[in-house]
Ligand binder design. Structure first.
Ligand code: KIV
Length: 263
């Protein structure tokens, strides 16, 4: 299994890091088989699995439930778990207790938290408790209402200055990697060049040290994809065809046939 040192080494050697957000046993197994470097049990599960509008309602219990299943499917892969909204912002004590539960109960290797300067104290405390932390700046979905929607961050000079400052503070606070979400490629390049820890981009262009996509997005399970998603499969189309065929064959009494029947 990879460690945080392997991710630092990958950056030094210019080897790109792959991370996939996924939420269950089966998809984790296939990610491990494909050799994905790191699995993120993202709180995007609120939208992808639960059909919610935002990630805000996702609970710690739900993250733990999904992360346990992911660990069973990917025994040898580095797993990062998102700390859900309000499990690390209320107090540092809460943050340590909640992150501790995630690592102890799921067998995951690290947690991810959203934010910059405002989470620096929490990052330091978690790291000093022996919990590796991945940062997440740019578009931070747990702050969707404060940001005024899901929109690209870092377009103005002010926003750029803030994101750069946040990246530096996160590194000084001890994160082992930083997710950069929905920022212009030029800004992601600049941050990637001055940080010693790796950057993992999503909608942040090609210069980051690694890339993360959601499993269901990259396999085309939804009708529409945002601009930054490349669909490596038309998954929904294939699943739909198969399900329609099943229905047709049951109705026509073609299934089950001899081959699929016990004598
Ligand atoms: O929740 C998630 O899946 C994420 C990634 C998209 C970075 O935070």
């Amino acid at each position: 299994m990879k460690t945080i040192l392997d991710f630092l080494k990958a950056k030094e050697e210019g080897k790109k890091i792959t991370m996939v957000s996924t939420y269950d046993y089966w998809s984790a197994r296939i990610c491990e088989e494909a050799g994905v470097d790191c699995i993120l049990v993202g709180d995007s599960l609120g939208m992808v699995v639960q059909g919610l509008e935002t990630t805000l309602p996702v609970s710690l219990e739900e993250m733990i439930y999904h992360s346990k299943a992911v660990r069973r499917g990917a025994k040898d892969t580095f797993i990062v778990v998102d700390m859900p909204f309000l499990t690390y912002q209320v107090s540092v004590e809460d943050a340590v207790a909640n992150a501790g539960r995630i690592l102890k109960e799921t067998g995951a290797n690290a947690v991810k938290i959203e934010g910059g300067e405002e989470v620096a104290t929490v990052v330091k405390k978690l790291v000093s408790a022996g919990i590796p932390v991945m940062g997440h700046i740019g578009l931070t979905p747990q702050s969707v209402h404060a940001l005024g929607g899901y929109r690209v961050q870092g377009r103005t000079h002010e926003e750029q200055k803030r994101i750069i400052k946040d990246a530096k503070i996160l590194e000084q606070s001890g994160v082992f990697a930083v997710v950069l979400e929905a920022v212009p490629s030029k800004l992601a390049k600049e941050i990637t060049e001055f940080l010693e820890v790796p950057t993992i981009g999503i909608g942040a262009g090609k210069y980051t040290d690694g890339q993360v996509l959601v499993f269901h997005d990259l396999l085309g399970f939804f009708d529409k994809s945002p601009k930054f998603v490349k669909r490596y499969l038309e998954g929904k189309k294939l699943f739909l065809q198969a399900l329609e065929k099943f229905k047709e064959e049951v109705e026509n009494q073609q299934f089950p046939d001899e081959e699929h029947t016990y004598g």
